[in-house]
Design a protein around this ligand. Structure first.
Ligand SMILES: [Zn+2]
Length: 411
């Protein structure tokens, strides 16, 4: 067999194996960095930026063997200076060039399809460095809790225990953040081993401001992701600090770190809510305009992260069923379909037909019904969905794990 054939065979085998696997990304934190190692890491990101910008400024350079490039010209003020690439391994350089080629291909495709596309611009920061081949560009030592990165050496990492022993380890990305350096390792896990127990069935969601999410089965999910007092303090300090001073730079850095913390909290909350909703077979929600809410309630809506959650709902659930946003779901009696005029202060809908229900739960039930039965004349007289013990258990287990999420059950 020739080398080309062997590679082709191996790729085919990987492709078949991936069908039975699911990708999971684990985050490891690089720890106990000596001053020297931290300096080297900073330099690696800088070199990645130099190399990227060097390629972007003259795309003909993509025809050169990227792994062999040892020095690049870097623009310093008005002149160019030579810089040596000391900490970028050959595979890493290759991958940066390949990524760039991919981007260019995607851009030209967009252009072909009639979109307006700009040129690739040089970057001011590069905060991720691709580590493509496990075992070559990087390797993990589970016994000693360490990672070895090509040309950068060995680092102690936190979080290796998350990776199950049967995981197949693939690519990684070295990420630089205000809070430190991380390794995002992509692993492939067997689909069969996933412990996720499905609840099945369907659920409707009403998004609100008061209770962030209300489900048609009576579960209310609220989360608090306000700006921290520390953030406000730092912002005040920044405003008072002298422009260009060292003090100001330091506060900037602390601010970035605080933003990152808030962002990752928000993401964690979203992940947990999504993990819970994924247990259902069908999830129905209304395509509201978050903008409309923001106009009514100001910044608070923005900070609550509802918009991001909806986008992720749309993208990651198996069968999301959006209901038209102009459907007046919050004012309609679930039992008889009569329209009511509720003010924001009315927390309960009380209908002449005898139906009394929490207003948000009623709305979630109406949304569920409209999603399942698109014809409004068929839309009355369905049973009230009951909260099943597995739902209660899963909600407590998944959502209860976050200190920023409050769950309550109305039934
Ligand atoms: Zn009614």
């Amino acid at each position: 067999m020739s080398k080309a054939e062997r590679i082709k065979n191996a790729l085919q085998k990987t492709k078949e194996r991936r069908e039975t696997q699911r990708p999971v990304v684990f985050q490891l934190k690089l720890q106990n960095l000596s001053r020297k190692k931290e300096e080297n890491l900073r330099r690696a990101f800088l070199e990645a930026k130099w190399f990227y910008n060097w390629l972007v400024s003259d795309l003909e350079r993509l025809n050169l063997p990227a792994n062999k490039v040892g020095t690049v010209e870097v623009k310093v003020g008005d002149v160019f200076e030579e810089r040596e690439l000391v900490f970028l391994g050959s595979q890493i350089k290759q991958e940066i060039a390949d990524r760039l080629k991919d981007n260019l291909r995607a851009l030209s495709k967009l252009k072909q399809n009639g979109h307006k596309v700009g040129h690739l611009k040089p970057k001011k920061f590069v905060n991720s460095v691709p580590l493509k081949q496990y075992g070559v560009t990087y390797s993990l030592d589970f016994a000693r809790n360490r990672v070895r990165i090509q040309k950068l050496g060995s680092f102690r990492v936190l979080g290796l225990h998350q990776i199950p022993p049967d995981a197949e380890i693939a690519n990684a990305v070295l990420v630089g953040r205000p809070s430190g350096y991380y390794l995002h390792v992509t692993c492939y896990l067997s689909k069969e081993n996933s412990h996720r127990k499905s609840i099945g069935g369907e659920v409707g969601i009403d998004f609100g401001v008061d209770s962030k999410l209300t489900l048609s089965n009576g579960i209310k999910i609220d989360f608090e992701l306000h700006e921290t007092p520390r953030l406000k303090r730092l912002q005040k300090k920044l405003a008072k600090s002298e422009k260009g001073s060292k003090h100001r730079r330091k506060i900037r850095h602390l601010l970035r770190r605080e933003y990152e913390k808030i962002k990752s909290r928000r993401k964690d909350v979203q992940n947990k809510i999504l993990a819970f909703l994924k247990l259902y077979e069908k999830v129905v929600f209304q395509e509201d305009l978050v903008k409309g809410w923001a106009a009514l309630f100001g910044r608070q809506v923005h900070a609550s992260g509802i918009g991001g959650l909806k986008a992720r709902l749309r993208n990651s659930l198996v069968a999301p069923i959006p209901v038209d946003r102009f459907e007046p779901t919050s004012q309609e009696c679930y039992a008889c379909g009569k329209r009511h005029k509720l003010s924001l202060a009315d927390r309960v809908i009380k209908c002449e037909c005898g139906w009394t229900c929490d207003r948000d739960v009623n709305a979630a039930m109406v949304i569920l019904r409209k999603g399942l039965i698109p014809h409004p004349d068929q839309a009355v007289g369905l049973d009230r969905p009951e909260l099943k013990p597995p739902e209660r258990e899963a909600a407590a287990r998944i959502l209860g794990a976050s200190p920023y999420i409050r769950v309550s059950f109305l039934q």
